[in-house]
Design a protein around this ligand. Sequence first.
Ligand SMILES: C[S@@+](CC[C@H](N)C(=O)[O-])C[C@H]1O[C@@H](n2cnc3c(N)ncnc32)[C@H](O)[C@@H]1O
Length: 321
Amino acid sequence: MNEIDEKEYLQAIQKESAFWDHFNEDAVAHGIPHWLDLRKATPLNREIWSPFDDPKYEEILRGDIKQTYLKLAMEKKGKALDVGCGLGWLALELARNGIDVLALDISQKSLQIAREYYQKEKPPGKIDYQWADLNHLSLPTNEFDLIVVWDVLHHIANLKGLFSEIRSALKPDGRFLIFDHKGMEEKNLRFYRIFHYFVPAAPSMYFNKIRFWLENFGLLRRRRKEEATPTKPVIADAPFEHHSEKDILPLLQHYFPGIHLQTHLCFSMHLAHFHRLPKFGEYFFLRLLKRLDDWLIRRGYLTGEYFLALYPPPHKFGVRS
Ligand SMILES: C[S@@+](CC[C@H](N)C(=O)[O-])C[C@H]1O[C@@H](n2cnc3c(N)ncnc32)[C@H](O)[C@@H]1O
């Protein structure tokens, strides 16, 4: 770990696992999050609102990507590794298709919730949930037919160590599948900053926008941050959130030469987080926005904030690239 020293690291990683313990315990107290069970997910009614507490948002924005990802994963039989499983939706889907999975995560509470849910669901494949720090991982050589990672790599400080373990643990004819965040490009942000004014919004958004402009022109006193959202408790992000985002793609290409990459979601995830659609027609507008997003990427006007990667590269990749 070159960027931070070991003592600092230990403190940060404890906070990271505490964050995920708390995040996932709180989620399951309010329903079935889609990151526990994709098929039986229910909306979560939490005080701190996130668009992805609504499984419909996930389905509209990333449902097609998940289907492609799962299809590519299910083509492999044998033994799988889920790297950073969280509550384990992905391991569960694999096990439902008869695949045995070793599922690793740093959050003990998440592993415990996932394990209990798996025991209730009894899928045909076996899942072995184990605690592991992916920054100090040691895996057996030539062990896995399939290695999957969904939305975890941008939290990892030692990507080089992790990738070299994955490369040696993957069987010679094995498959490595990744979905992760690569960051929002400046061009996308410029597009978003103008475009979002044309997207229908919930009334509260219009109040906020008017207030923002009045504050900017000095016609209204600028509020302090805590005044702006007085009722919402503040929860800091996980300490390693976005930590290694910019390094993922160059390192993946180095450790897995020829890896196939495809980007997704150039503005709509950002919009889902920062913009509230009106309740009436919400899903209709979201679908339209997702179509526009796909189109902008397909035509090469923008690249996605997220990517899906497949190694070894396929002769035919079953989706648009
Ligand atoms: C955004 S969540 C994704 C979880 C899961 N893959 C999913 O799709 O729901 C990121 C996960 O990475 C795990 N994580 C973060 N840093 C880790 C580390 N150093 N070692 C193991 N797991 C880690 C967290 O505990 C969390 O469960």
